[in-house]
Ligand binder design. Structure first.
Ligand code: ACM
Ligand code: ZN
Length: 571
């Protein structure tokens, strides 16, 4: 029998093949496949991966990579304002620190460069286009914010070591070739941080803002006041922070009505107005609006501990160390209204964003029903019950802030008492499910969806033992991802009122940044994708695949995250 050269070779390589031709043939096929795969690997390079969150609206993969090196520069065409390159400040800093690559500006050569182009034809101010080929990266945008988002996309496409604080060697600093054409689904993409229940330092807030920027979220809702703490310096009322900024005790463990245990340490803190300005400037550079929330007329015990004269009963009160809803709220008498207006005047002067959140949720009416001043107010204003009194307070505050060029946002309780029928342009934040948001949209009012069923990131994300303490509820990653902020039941004209979507991080049970990170990550990545990507493009299996790769960036950033979704997926 004549043996081919290949068979001879195979016999030499593997004595076991002597047992028959079939085995030899199989092995030869296998060897051939290995050779083809090896050849393809060297010629075409590795198959490109695009682990982006949020996924761009359109992503066309291409072969090959663009590699950054010491000569890579920023190319700015003559008709482009060179300042747009400042939007790349995070990426520039990271390339310098982690890769040792300094991106200098040039206007001579567009190869081995990031090329900046203005494109007035893109659909939204946040839209951008990114064309990565082997010789250059072209970024097109209509406004600075689009360039900024392009830089964050590039950052996600780079190896995870780009997040490192120190020089990393032996890394191929390349990004996969592709064409991206991107634009967000919603204009409002928010994340709330409650700094009243547990205070976060200015630096922690900045880190939070950094994380938002990475995911193209654009509104930081800063929950600055509540029963358990007042966190913003108000010059006219210094006791708000001196007294209201600190509490003497805090409940240990989950909420109970009996056998409560207390931590007797004094805890708290506040931001000076200068610090607030620093945070706003920090966020602005990252194209994030900062929206303050000053709770009224409920959730006011910390303020009333400082100024009990603005309550119905006169106090005294202590800053709360317990969670929940409390009967002592702001009185509706004139002195209190003026106090609130004075506070808001300082807040309006401090925050450039055109919206101020005034709370409006969970305001018990008990004290008002027994207060002569409040009953008198109801009588003189012709209000039939305490719900209308609440609407009166909110409408008056809205009008006052309108005079300062601001529009109010409130929790969905502000729908009660007929507020919107009074020609008010308040925006509704729907938290008790979607029904408040749906009702408001049907009344032609703007809405932000943040239903506790899908976007309260203080709920448990796993039912496994060993999870850290949480408020309750069960909100796995897949449920967050599955949320569609524009309910199918809305007609097209009504649906236009859904401005966007927000995740809420209430901190009763998160008393340190690592615990908070664990609750937020990875669910905030799902939030970012539902805020950005049209419903029809969402795909949970694809999302988790991208997520698992992108988590390498979070590892380098030293962010703590939950892996519960992996086990949940395999069930
Ligand atoms: C809220 O969760 N009380 C808005
Ligand atoms: Zn009163």
């Amino acid at each position: 029998m004549k043996h081919s050269f290949k068979e001879k070779m195979l016999n030499l390589l593997s004595p076991s093949l002597g047992r028959g031709r079939r085995a030899a043939k199989l092995f030869s096929k296998f060897l051939l496949l290995v050779c083809i795969a090896f050849y393809a690997g060297t010629v075409f390079g590795q198959r490109n991966e695009y682990n982006l969150i949020p996924l761009p609206q359109s992503l066309k993969p291409a072969a090959g990579q663009f590699s950054f090196n010491a000569n890579t520069s920023l190319f700015v065409d003559k008709n482009v304002d060179v300042r747009v390159t400042n939007t790349f400040f995070i990426l520039k800093e990271q390339l310098k620190t982690a890769a040792g690559i300094k991106l200098a500006i040039n206007n001579l050569q567009s190869s081995n460069a990031i090329v900046f182009k203005m494109n007035k034809h893109l659909p939204k101010k946040e839209s951008y286009k990114l064309t990565i080929d082997k010789n250059s990266i072209t970024v097109e945008a209509r406004e600075s914010v689009g360039f900024f988002y392009a830089s964050q996309t590039l950052r996600q496409l780079l190896p995870a070591e780009i997040e490192s604080n120190s020089l990393q060697t032996n890394i191929q600093w390349s990004v996969p070739c592709c064409k991206i054409d991107d634009t967000p689904r919603y204009a409002y993409r928010g994340l709330l941080l409650d700094v009243a229940r547990h205070f976060s330092s200015k630096e922690e807030v900045m880190r939070y803002i950094d994380q938002m920027a990475f995911l193209k979220l654009n509104t930081f809702h800063w929950h600055l006041t509540d029963d358990q703490g007042w966190r913003i310096e108000i010059k006219k009322y210094p006791k708000l922070t001196q007294t209201g900024g600190f509490r003497n005790r805090t409940l240990i463990g989950n909420y109970t009505t009996t056998n409560r245990r207390w931590n007797d340490s004094i805890v708290g803190g506040f931001y000076t107005q200068d610090e607030i300005k620093e945070v706003i400037a920090y966020a602005q550079r990252r194209f994030i609006n900062v929206m303050p929330e000053i709770e009224l007329p409920g959730h006011a015990v910390a303020a009333l501990a400082a100024y009990p004269q603005y309550s119905c009963s006169g106090g005294p009160f202590e800053v709360e160390g317990l969670w929940g809803v409390f009967n002592d709220v702001y009185c509706t008498r004139e002195e209190t209204m003026q106090f609130l207006e004075n506070v808001l005047a300082e807040v309006a002067g401090l925050f450039p964003y055109s919206y101020i959140h005034i709370g409006g949720d969970e305001c018990p009416k008990l004290r008002w029903s027994r207060c002569n001043a409040c009953q008198e107010r109801m009588h003189t204003e012709g209000l039939k019950d305490e719900h209308e009194l609440q609407a009166y307070v909110v409408a008056r505050i809205a009008k006052y802030l309108q005079g300062k060029g601001k529009r109010i946002i409130g929790w969905d309780e502000i729908l009660e008492g007929g507020l919107l029928k009074k020609g008010n342009d308040a925006i509704i934040m729907s938290w008790r499910g979607e029904k408040g948001g749906i009702a408001a949209a049907r009344l032609n009012h703007d809405v932000i969806m943040t239903p506790n069923s899908h976007l309260y990131l203080d709920h448990f994300q796993s039912k496994e033992p060993g999870e850290p303490i949480a408020i309750g509820g069960f909100l796995p990653l897949q449920t967050v991802y599955g949320y569609n902020p524009t309910p199918d039941s809305l007609k097209q004209a009504e649906a236009k009122h859904i401005l966007g979507v927000q995740g809420n991080v209430w901190t009763e049970y998160m008393n340190n940044p690592k615990h908070r990170e664990y609750m937020i990550f990875p669910r905030v990545l799902a939030l970012s994708e539902i805020a950005w990507l049209p419903q029809s493009r969402k795909n949970y299996a694809d999302f988790t695949q991208r997520l698992t790769s992108l988590l390498k960036h979070y590892d380098v950033m030293d962010i703590r995250y939950s892996k519960a979704y992996i086990k949940q997926q395999s069930k």
